[in-house]
Write a protein that binds this ligand. Sequence first.
Ligand SMILES: Cc1cc2nc3c(=O)[nH]c(=O)nc-3n(C[C@H](O)[C@H](O)[C@H](O)COP(=O)(O)OP(=O)(O)OC[C@H]3O[C@@H](n4cnc5c(N)ncnc54)[C@H](O)[C@@H]3O)c2cc1C
Length: 417
Amino acid sequence: MQYDVVIVGASFSGLTLAHHLPKDLKVLIVDAKPEAGSTVESTGLITSKTRTEFSSFIPIDTYITNPISAIAVIAPGLEDMFVSTVHEPWIYQTDTKALVKALADRLPSNITLKTKTVFLGVDNADRPTQARIRSQGAEEEVVDLKFLVGADGGHSKVAQSVKGLSKNTKFLFGYEQVFFGDVLRGPKPEETIFHYWFGEFSLGYGGWLSPTIADGKKAFRIGLAKMMKDRGDAKQLTETFVKQLVDRGDIRIDGDITKPGYVFGSHIPIGGTRSRITRNNVLLIGDAAGFCGAFAADGIKGSVISGKEAAVLIPQYLRGKIDALQKLPARMNTHGGIMSYYRRQLLYRWIWGVMQRNRTFRAMWNIIAAEHATFLDQFCDSKDKHRSLAWTVLKWRHTGRLIRYAAYWICDFGKLK
Ligand SMILES: Cc1cc2nc3c(=O)[nH]c(=O)nc-3n(C[C@H](O)[C@H](O)[C@H](O)COP(=O)(O)OP(=O)(O)OC[C@H]3O[C@@H](n4cnc5c(N)ncnc54)[C@H](O)[C@@H]3O)c2cc1C
């Protein structure tokens, strides 16, 4: 079989690319999963800008279960909480499986999608002309290609197979359970994303609770992300977290607490964008290229934008413009400065990564709680616009709180008592 473009990975980035490539190209997209969207390793929260990016090629609102107009931030100990709201939704909870399935079902006719099919490697690690694939229950086969795309996630096999491409090396491990039931905390729980600053309970990222609708019933997603070295604790910590929220009356689960409707764990690349994402006729996009916020762990926007922009550059490369692919980061940055956002995220990740004790998380929480009336407004700016999150808190009126936080942070940094 001969294809112009072979895409490995039928998720946010690979499917977006497939939608946007010119219709005269013959394209194969392979994915190891039983079906596109049969499982999706993502909470599926998208920002307003990402919703707009999706809306140009899919009726995205059909797959939004909850527009979110508030954030609740809970301090270590789970007791203290502040809520910050905005008038318009700032993020949206999507039905991830239905969204990815719809992206696959609506593919144009020039695209062949093969699921239950694993990409194994290439014939030539410098400039591949063939990909080796194996479909479930079948023999290994080779497909001829002019261009290969790695849209195959943080542990990209394409990045491993082709010489000179950068691989992701730093990850968080995210673990999530989905339950039917109600969220009972806060003024408007169905429009609120809850973010838990666990501190010592679970270092790395914290926890989240996001209301959703699953199979037409009220449900919620609850999870946490941890540093990779501690990933073995993720399941047990999540179970403890769920039980604590049930005991506190923050959530009510329909059915058995030990039997969530859906569970997954996966890696989130947090080392920043990769420096070498292209070589000859190969390109990495989405998580494979490290297009994921190192602090916020948000990668759907980068997946969609890299898929769209790659669809413009790949045809240019195929027409002989061999340096076309180098322009991907610059073209992506025209979408609200996303590459600059990723750079800032590395700084926040570093600051957060140093924090070790409850008192440090609490001191930071105290600063942001004092800003709660306008916090989300400013936070939205930093997520979707060009503003730095630091300006949300670096204000004269917080001098005392900032000094306290800085002192604790320095102690954590120096591993002092
Ligand atoms: C717990 C968790 C929560 C998250 N929550 C959010 C969120 O709320 N908002 C947000 O913006 N981001 C979130 N993210 C990050 C986001 O999910 C990713 O950035 C996004 O899914 C990346 O999309 P992708 O298409 O690049 O790769 P992926 O979604 O990882 O898809 C890669 C695809 O490639 C396939 N594949 C891999 N290897 C092979 C192979 N060898 N052969 C064939 N197929 C292969 C896989 O089966 C998969 O379908 C979260 C991540 C995790 C883990």
